[in-house]
Write a protein that binds this ligand. Sequence first.
Ligand code: GLV
Length: 313
Amino acid sequence: MKPPCVALVSGVIDMRFLMPAFETIAPGIDVRITDVLGERDKIELAVCWAPPQGLLASMPNLRLIQSIGAGVDHILKDSTLPPKPVCRIVDPDMTAGMTAYVCWAVINRQRRFPAYCAHSAAGVWQEEAIESPSGHCVGIAGLGRLGTAVARALVAIGYRVQGWSRQPKTDPLPGVTHFHGKAGLEDFLARTDTLVCLLPLTEETTGFLGRETFRQLPPGAHVINVGRGAHLVERDLLDALASGHLSGATLDTTAVEPLPQTHPFWRHQQILVTPHIASRTSPATIARQTLDNYRHVCAGRIPSGQIDPRHGY
Ligand code: GLV
């Protein structure tokens, strides 16, 4: 089968890093980049990160829209999106990377490693309070593929773990207390010492990490956002930290990326920002999965990671 003409499109990042992977897997493939797309009717496959609004609609022969990440919110927000299958990446390495990041972020604060970093830099041998993981409850909002893997790992370490999802889970996770829907949120939050946001970004979940959620967490709670910047109401976080109700936040994603130099999150004593690095999928995996998905679509099969646009994930 002749490789399709692929467009690598983004309004915010340089997608050229994916070119060698496509060229290695499918020698001779016609790969084009956002600013140099040529004749749009040749393009059958669009590989995207935040594509410019309207660009995909200008490709009349598109057969598949592939996200380069686990999320698709950056694609679905295009109101002119053509009615073609949209797929997200499903990648065990990305799941493992996310699991490692969240476990680190939980342990980092719960075992007070920021204090040890300061002590070590100052040559001070000093113990901080040591609490056992079994005395600390991690609440994971979002029990999809990533949330499930994170929950399993935290249970294995010995944390108390609970999860919250939109719908009841049909396959409950051993050792994890489940909550769902609006009705379950209050009880879920009330027992959560570290809240992890792994929700997909939809209209419903935008601003989930805001005043109302923070108010229902116990005093001293820590918030980890590995979802999207728009899950967080930034002002509400700063207020909850200033009042002492929250003890800290670990943020791998922010509303504006890169986070502007003058932003109050930088240099805030209780906020640790990482530059959207919680997890990555390798270019080779993206290229391989994208081309496999294209073949499935052409053969009338369901591609891997196809999302339901009505749910937004
Ligand atoms: C990254 O944020 C992703 O969607 O995978």
